[in-house]
Design a protein around this ligand. Structure first.
Ligand SMILES: C[S@@+](CC[C@H](N)C(=O)[O-])C[C@H]1O[C@@H](n2cnc3c(N)ncnc32)[C@H](O)[C@@H]1O
Length: 396
């Protein structure tokens, strides 16, 4: 039952209860494989590996977010790294609330709740008036963690927060999602022998394995035909779930703005001949590798975002593309240096970690350039300060 082929010695071994959870998930996915005739498209595998109730990576008990592998975490995100991220992000959100005359916020995929706590505190400090902060979270385990974080960090504001089980048909306000699009299942495609095939999952020799099948649907074939591969053995992804999600959010948004922050590229860079192995990536104890069959349910599986497709999906739903820029430009325009300036440089115990986190958020070699911000709006007549300089919408 245990896929021995996918337990690399180079990764720390999970404990017995984590392994038991992984084995239960493997059994569940094998049952799914069987009822699907022995082959699952990769996005169905990824969906289960991340979100199968109680067993998937996000829906099970894995710690996920943290600074180091020895605390049992697997990766760090900007709001986990520094409170200055939320404090800076609060400024364009406040500007968007004011410009649209709306009074509600909605966060997708709120992780540990740190971004929500930081935003609530910073909006309050900015004297920005709002009525509610709704969180849409697929994972019950994370909802609980979010509730605890908020009650501990912002007890006086936690009563504004509510968790939604279903999306409202219409929403007037400001939507935010940090690293949510990259956590959505992708389909994999491989080019070999002059032909595109969809890469799916089978169970072979006591382990999950890849297996490629002919592509049938015309829309996908048309997209793949546009890609200039570097020749044989080119593998890439399409982002059907993230596009559908963007369409849903932008349809729901009847007035206001929606911001998504994530790593990725415009289409011409994403489907580049040199990106021959695609962007699928797994994170386990702060080590990145490319094998999605290692410890199913215990490791994160993610792919970079193809932002042109996201922009198309939002516009198809009737929203305006408000802006697209790098995280560094967005945070600089948003005033991160002023936010850092609130720290006293002579108080090195507080100032130095804050300055070092700002450097990570802005540096081209770290998060500043790889991470982008895409925003949509409806009913906003003007652009926002964060997109006033360095907007790269033309590159999509
Ligand atoms: C990489 S984590 C990022 C968490 C947090 N935003 C942060 O920056 O630390 C991805 C999050 O997206 C959530 N997620 C994925 N798909 C979602 C969807 N369709 N609706 C709401 N949340 C979703 C996951 O449950 C998880 O909380």
């Amino acid at each position: 039952m245990n896929p021995k082929a996918h337990q690399p010695d180079s990764l720390p071994a999970p404990g017995p209860s984590a392994l038991a959870q992984s084995e239960a998930l493997i059994a569940r996915i094998r049952a799914e494989l069987e009822s699907a005739g022995g082959w699952l498209p990769f996005d169905r595998y990824m969906e289960s590996a991340l979100y199968a109730p109680g067993l998937g990576y996000y829906s099970g008990g894995a710690r996920k977010f943290g600074l180091r592998g020895d605390d049992g975490s697997d990766f760090v995100t900007a709001p986990e790294m520094s409170p200055l991220f939320a404090k800076t992000l609060a400024r364009p959100l406040a500007e968007a609330l004011q410009a649209s005359g709306t009074r509600e916020l909605m966060e997708f995929g709120a992780g540990t709740g740190k971004l929500a706590a930081g935003l609530l505190a910073a909006l309050d400090e900015l004297s920005c008036e709002f009525d509610a902060y709704s969180i849409v979270e697929l994972s019950g385990e994370l909802r609980e963690r979010q509730r605890e974080t908020l009650e501990a960090a912002v007890p006086a504001l936690a009563n504004k927060v509510r968790w939604l089980d279903t999306l409202p048909e219409r929403f007037e306000g400001v939507v935010i999602g940090n690293e949510v699009l990259d956590a959505m299942p992708v389909r994999l495609f491989a080019f070999s022998d002059g032909d595109w095939r969809e890469r799916g999952v089978v169970w072979r020799d006591d382990a999950f394995a890849f297996d490629d099948r002919r592509v049938a649907d015309a829309r996908t074939l048309a997209l793949l035909a546009e890609i200039e591969t570097s020749g044989d053995d080119y593998v890439t992804e399409t982002h059907d779930a993230a596009r559908a999600f963007t369409r849903t959010v932008c349809t729901m948004l009847t007035r206001g703005a929606a911001f998504f922050i994530d790593y990725g590229f415009p289409r011409h860079e994403f489907y580049h001949a040199q990106r021959a192995q695609g962007t699928l990536m797994c994170h386990y104890r702060h080590r990145a590798h490319g094998d999605p069959f290692v410890y199913p349910g215990l490791q994160d599986i993610t792919a970079h975002v193809e932002f042109t497709g996201i922009a198309e999906a939002g516009v198809e739903a009737g929203a305006d593309l408000l802006g697209f820029t790098s995280q560094a430009r967005f945070l600089l325009n948003g005033g991160i240096t002023e936010v850092l300036g609130e720290f006293d440089p002579s108080d090195s115990r507080r100032f130095l970690p804050a300055a070092s986190a700002v450097q990570k958020l802005l540096s081209e070699a770290e998060m500043g350039e790889l991470f982008k911000v895409i925003a949509f709006s409806r009913g906003l007549d003007e652009t926002l300060t964060v997109f006033s300089r360095g907007d790269r919408s033309h590159s999509l």
